[in-house]
Design a protein around this ligand. Structure first.
Ligand code: GLU
Length: 334
């Protein structure tokens, strides 16, 4: 190789590395801007139908992005913990897809949006034949009942260890949240028994609700959630631990269900604005997945009427717009 060639390669690498560094700096700046822009927003209110959630500090606000190389960008309270609640639904779905393949979900749960709130019984009635989806309570309880395992404990162990692999650390149940919801979740118990009447639950109804309630009470922070979302963005490999957590196929069937129903009855509006699969939880967590690029997570407990974090939606919308992350945004050549 002559000297010119060596110099040309060296210049190329210097330029590429500095543009990556510049890019990373820009991402961090946008995350910080989003934090500053929405920190003062007072709208929304903590969920209170689970009494323990009403006690969570409403001022918690953390934003984290993790890219598929494992770089982390963050602002605010990124280590403040909340219960994962319905965000767990996306990861338990991917666990079942990973264990049993896509046909099991299509045939036994369904993958249609309901257009109704997360705990709607009317949605179950209307969609009795066509099926619902794993992002609303009834479908999520059915999905949890499909996790492999002879006993409730086997199923629970499979869930907690898989969700921990997604997060890259051992997750633990917030016991007061679990006890509070378990004592007060007659509606979920009713839905599980209705599923049983329809032959759409695949394990003991009461035990399935109990496992589901525990999975919802797992304690997470924005860094965990962004890592979990980034694992989906990376086709099932956790970009921080570099461990394969679920198959690429499992991810490819999880993301469309999130896109269809991840923000309950506001899922269409969310997709219209961001173009991204997302999932919210009534604990105040919200994640979005930019396939092949990023996991984004926000934790902020005050929710809108549909049960989605107000600041979460604002911050993710802002980031998606500033960094042009909407996958439907195709810049055509002039
Ligand atoms: N554990 C909650 C419930 O079943 C989850 C709801 C949610 O986050 O949307 O009501």
């Amino acid at each position: 190789m002559n000297i010119q060639k060596i110099l040309a390669i060296a210049v190329f690498w210097v330029i590429s590395f500095s543009s990556i560094a510049q890019n990373q700096q820009e991402i961090q700046q946008v995350v910080e801007q989003a934090y500053r822009e929405f920190k003062g927003i007072q709208e929304g209110k903590n969920a209170d139908y689970i009494k323990e959630l009403a006690k969570v500090d409403s001022s918690i606000f953390g934003i984290v992005m993790v890219d598929t190389d494992g770089n982390i960008y963050s602002a605010g309270d990124h280590f403040s913990q909340v219960s994962i609640q319905s965000v767990s639904k996306a990861f338990v779905l991917s666990l079942v897809l990973n264990q049993s393949g896509p046909a099991v979900i299509k045939e036994n749960v369904g993958a249609n949006a309901t257009g109704f709130p997360f705990n709607s019984i009317i949605a179950m009635e209307i969609n009795r034949e066509s099926g619902i989806n794993s992002m609303v309570n009834a479908g999520a309880i059915a999905t949890t009942s499909l996790v492999n395992g002879e006993t409730a404990n086997d199923k629970w162990e499979a869930i907690v260890s898989k969700l921990s692999e997604f997060a890259g650390r051992t997750l633990e149940v917030d016991e007061p949240v679990y006890i509070s919801e378990a004592g007060d979740n007659q509606r979920n118990v009713a839905q599980a028994h209705l599923l049983k009447a329809y032959n759409k639950i695949y394990f003991d109804a009461d035990q399935s609700v109990d496992i589901y309630t525990r999975q919802c009470a797992l304690s997470v922070h924005a860094r965990d959630l962004a890592t979990m979302a980034a694992t989906l963005a990376s086709g099932g490999i956790n970009p921080i631990t570099n461990k394969r957590v679920v198959s690429a196929e499992a991810v490819s069937y999880t993301l469309p269900v999130m896109a269809t129903a991840g923000l309950y009855e506001n899922s269409g509006k969310w997709l219209y604005q961001t173009g991204l699969p997302g999932k919210s939880g009534v604990g105040g967590a919200l994640i979005a997945v930019v396939p092949g690029k990023f996991g984004i997570a926000v934790v902020s407990p005050p929710l809108d009427e549909a049960g989605n974090s107000v600041k979460g939606q604002l911050a993710i919308n802002y980031i998606v717009e500033k960094l042009k992350l909407n996958p439907y945004l195709v810049a055509s050549n002039p």
